[in-house]
Design a protein around this ligand. Structure first.
Ligand code: HEM
Length: 503
């Protein structure tokens, strides 16, 4: 009784975080813009002079954290309250991606998955993926040479190849690989079905007339669900078969299968299988789209900002020369390339609103009341455009990360690590993705000129009005782009390193 009285007293004393006024019943549903909600959240936060804002989405409380301090205070320092996920009615339930542990709100399963997932991707263990990463980067070079206009397809394909190699030990076919096809169809389906994934974090878009799905949508979702289930089942069954024939290669799935029999003796067979499938399937589900988005942005920014590309070419030519392609050991000597990778992630975070967290108990933060069950989003986009941390934050300027003499990464400039989220749900794939992005960026820039495309009269083709799509993972919208080898020597080098990679 006493606790209840205290609780109600608190509710009277503290107010909800400020937000746009909204309407009775539907709350702020109609306040939401169709594009770039992360910008609207940041603007409201500035207007209300509060980094923490609250929205009422038809009775559901959504709290958006628009600066680093509040994100760290809540999602990291109070991790015991903010580490769960809300429900994902669209992605997890309707589309069948519930097997992927990043979406789970079963904390027992989640703990087991993270305990086994994280050791595969620690910084110290990255050496074991170097061969796959180099293959990916070099295979992209060959593909760009052969059909540059299909660069988006190539980025998907080589990223998928690297990931199924790491997760299942599958050496993908050079083209039309069955396993990549299954996973890609499932992920593209989720994205294509009118960007449904965003409905899970911004559920009000369902109530905007042009989003209201009809029966076609239901049919699509049923087909999609079976594709999404195949994504975790088919490669797993393949690995089991390879194991039984003594042919399996070391990879996440084989390692888990061999260890789980000894380590999880108290768990039922189905549950063990579920955990193994979740962990290995998640490598693809969580790792591919995010990396694809960042690599697409590489091509976009190179087309938009030729001065950045010139400086990158100059650095690579000076350090690496033209007789070989860059390798990961060149990292310390190519600080501008490292700065480009950081600036890509800062300027265009693949998950602009991170992934939603859920408050598991009512909380007071800086005088604001956050109810139990509230969905809490860290607005990574706003955090990474904070003018207090980044001068002229809307400019794409990799040099901001360098010391004044341009020779090193400046440790005094805030690292854009907010792109990987916060607290106990922090992205465990961040080291893998940073290395893969780095080597791919260095190789592509060493070998190619990337420019805006012109028509037959030499007039620049227009870029899309909205540069980025709306989704949990946001991608550059399709844009015209010209990709040509930098010289005859580049062509020879690509052929020399590429042939062995795709053989
Ligand atoms: C540029 C690439 C990537 C970006 C920007 C990125 C970003 C993120 C973000 C923002 C989250 C949510 C964190 C939170 O809830 O606060 C996340 C979660 C996650 N990421 Fe990544 N990620 C990337 C690549 C990868 C890769 C390559 C893998 C796999 C090897 C991966 C595996 C995961 C997993 C498993 C989770 C879920 C963590 C959990 O729920 O406990 N990510 N990532």
């Amino acid at each position: 009784m006493v606790l209840l009285a205290l609780y109600y007293r608190q509710r009277k004393t503290y107010t909800y975080p400020p937000g746009p006024k909204g309407l009775p019943v539907i709350g702020n549903v109609l306040d939401m813009p169709r594009t770039n909600p992360w910008i609207a959240f940041r603007d409201w936060s500035r207007k209300m002079d509060s980094p923490v804002i609250g929205l009422n989405m038809m009775g559901m409380t959504m709290v958006v954290l628009n600066d680093l301090n509040s994100s760290v205070d809540l999602l990291e320092k109070r991790g015991s309250v903010y580490s769960n996920r809300p429900r994902f009615p669209m992605m997890a339930e309707a589309c069948g991606l519930g097997w992927a542990f990043p979406l789970t709100n079963n904390m027992e399963d989640w703990k087991i998955c993270r305990r086994y997932f994280d050791p595969f991707f620690r910084k110290a263990g990255m050496m074991r993926y170097r061969e796959s990463q180099l293959s990916m980067a070099r295979s992209l070079l060959t593909r760009l040479l052969d059909s540059p206009e299909r660069f988006v397809h190539h980025i998907h394909y080589v990223t998928g190849s690297m990931i199924i190699d790491i997760a299942y030990g599958i050496h993908a076919q050079p083209e039309g690989d069955e396993f990549i096809g299954i996973a890609d169809r499932a992920l593209r389906g989720i994205e294509k079905c009118t960007n449904m994934s965003i409905i899970d974090i911004l559920p009000w878009v369902q109530h905007i007339p042009s989003w209201i799905p009809g029966m076609w949508w239901k049919m699509k979702v049923d087909t999609l669900k079976s594709q999404v289930l195949q994504m975790s089942d088919v490669p797993y069954e393949w690995v089991k078969e390879q194991l039984s024939r003594g042919l399996a290669k070391p990879c996440v799935a084989t390692d888990l299968i061999s260890r789980f029999d000894d380590e999880m003796i108290d768990t039922s067979c189905e549950h063990r299988e579920y955990i193994i499938k979740s962990i290995s399937g998640t490598v693809y589900a969580a790792g591919s789209d995010t990396s694809v988005s960042a690599l697409n942005t590489l091509f976009l920014v190179m087309a938009l900002f030729p001065d950045v590309q010139r400086r990158a070419h100059e650095e690579i030519d000076r350090v690496v020369g033209s007789n070989r392609v860059p390798e990961l050991f060149d990292q310390d000597n190519l600080p501008y390339i490292t700065a480009i990778v950081k600036e890509i992630l800062r300027w265009a975070p693949p998950l602009p609103l991170g992934m939603p967290h859920c408050a598991t108990s009512a909380e007071i933060y800086n005088g604001y009341y956050i109810p139990k069950g509230a969905t809490v989003l860290a607005n990574s986009w706003a955090i990474l455009r904070d003018p207090a941390a980044y001068f002229n934050p809307d400019d794409f300027n990799p040099s901001r990360f360098l010391t004044p003499d341009g020779t090193k990464i400046d440790p005094n400039v805030r690292d854009p690590e907010a792109v990987f989220g916060f607290g106990r749900r922090l992205c465990p794939g961040r080291f893998l993705s940073l290395e893969s992005l780095w080597i791919t960026t260095a190789c592509v820039l060493a070998m190619f000129n990337i420019k805006r495309k012109v028509d037959d009269d030499g007039v620049l083709l227009p870029m899309p009005e909205e540069l980025f799509t709306l989704g949990i993972v946001s991608h550059p919208a399709p844009f015209p782009c010209s990709i040509t080898p930098r010289s005859e020597a580049s062509v020879k080098l690509i052929r020399a390193v590429g042939v062995t990679q795709d053989a």
